[in-house]
Design a protein around this ligand. Structure first.
Ligand code: LLP
Length: 422
């Protein structure tokens, strides 16, 4: 459920008409709904055991205003870089609610996280463990660690966002888990606190999760029998969201929560979760204006002013996003078929192929839905296009929470070396 609905013939974010925002801020722009972010967070956290840590995955949407909205509800953060750590802390998320994931943490990033007294490091390899032990020693600290285990379970999602099979770079292979825990226990500046697992993203069935969680449960039993003190279990993120208005939505948070509760009830661990997409995806849209309708030989192209530099998911994963007209179409109005493309000079700058949409003309507005996660965070300035700004709505209020950079601001990021100076 989200708060983007037609009111008086115009698509609104909560009470704010998107055409008003287009007039005020220009297009393209991302628009997020506070009520939707809050609702998703509450529904997810409400479905899980009470003392769970919900660490929002900052990679999905790192805007300070979004993070602060979630922080106010008690959310923690899952970070994968020094930059995300800094963002989470700057938004007021306390170190004690931050988990640090990722296969390539540098020593500098580890140091910053130890100084911030984060909740835990989700360590993904033995060399990383050695580096963390070194850094913790140099600071006179013990680093709280879970080891991320790769359970070799197929999450049945897109290959580019699968992380829990043996072929991927993520986690410690299940068969080496025991050794890795035994080794970790010998390191003086490492405090092993638990196990972590994350098998992929946009997962639309519960079975792969359940299989992975059961495997991890068996491992916890073995580890305890071997004398390890396992008190925490991080179950990662990955629950999918409906991108398409069809009849088969992915399992909802209540079903996921019921499965988690059933499977983990005897594990004796405090749970943590790292949802990203589930919280943010349907809390955001990308609004764009039609530049031209171009009638080709074989196709009609709707050329819009958002490009793959603003939202790269369709180009990168061929992912589907619903596209709707901001002006509510009359019931029964014709729906011609368009290829919806951006202005970037790449054939893959394609948001939708053969998509039936209401009749549109130059100057009309469209909204690309489910764009609140892995949208603005993956934007670039390719083709020297300033990435779309971000706007946060709350009820009837709105605020530009990241402005559009000017061409001058983009140019100023480059520096001319002395030998080229005039
Ligand atoms: N935890 C870890 C360790 C992760 O690697 C990820 C996502 C998450 C949590 C959050 O997963 P979520 O709940 O959002 O599914 N750019 C891709 C998605 C990449 C996901 C990477 N890891 C996309 O646009 O679909």
């Amino acid at each position: 459920m989200n708060h983007f609905q037609y009111r008086d013939g115009v698509l609104c974010a909560e009470e704010v008409p998107l055409n008003l925002l287009a007039r005020e801020a220009g297009t393209p722009f991302y628009c997020y709904s506070t009520a939707t972010l809050e609702r998703h967070y509450k529904v997810f956290s409400g479905a899980l055991p009470k003392d769970s840590l919900i660490a929002f995955s900052v990679k999905a949407n790192g805007n300070q205003a979004v993070l602060k909205t979630l922080a106010k509800l008690g959310a923690g953060a899952d970070v994968v870089s020094g930059g995300e750590l800094a963002r989470a802390l700057a938004a007021g998320i306390p170190g004690q609610k931050i988990v640090f994931s990722g296969v390539g943490k540098t020593k500098a990033e580890m140091r910053a996280a130890l100084v911030a007294d984060i909740h835990q490091f989700n360590v993904e390899s033995e060399p990383e463990l050695a580096a963390l032990d070194d850094v913790a020693r140099s600071l006179g600290k013990r680093a709280p660690v879970t080891l991320r285990i790769n359970p070799d379970v197929d999450a049945k999602t897109h290959a580019k966002i699968t992380t829990g099979t043996a072929e991927t770079k993520f986690g410690i292979p299940f068969i080496h888990a025991r050794e890795a825990f035994d080794h970790a226990a010998t390191l003086k500046n490492i405090e092993v606190v638990g196990v972590d697992v994350h098998i992929g993203s946009q997962i639309t069935e519960l079975e792969p999760f359940e299989l992975a969680f059961r495997r991890v449960g068996e491992l916890i039993g073995e580890l305890r029998a071997a004398g390890h003190k396992i008190t925490r279990l991080d179950l990662g993120g990955g629950l999918g969201v409906p991108y398409e208005n069809n009849n088969e939505p992915p399992p909802d948070p209540a079903a996921y929560g019921a499965m988690v509760t059933r499977v983990t009830k005897d594990f004796g661990c405090r749970l943590s979760f790292e949802p990203g997409r589930l919280i943010a995806a349907n809390a955001g849209v990308l609004v764009s204006e039609v530049i031209y309708v171009k009638r080709g030989d074989a196709k009609t192209f709707l050329i819009i002013d958002a490009g793959m530099n603003d939202l790269i998911r369709p180009a990168l994963y061929e992912s589907f996003h619903e596209i709707v007209a901001v002006a509510e179409p009359r019931p029964g109005a014709p729906r011609p078929v368009y290829d919806v493309v951006g202005p970037v000079c790449e054939t893959s700058d394609l948001f939708a192929a053969g998509r039936p949409l209401p009749e549109l003309k130059s100057g009309d507005l469209v909204a690309i839905l489910t764009a609140g996660a892995y949208g603005a965070v993956m934007a670039s300035s390719y083709n020297a296009r300033p990435p779309a700004p971000e706007i946060l709505v709350k009820g009837g209020d709105w605020s530009i929470v990241r402005p559009r950079l000017t061409h001058e601001q983009l140019i100023e990021q480059d520096h001319i070396p002395g030998w080229l100076a005039d």
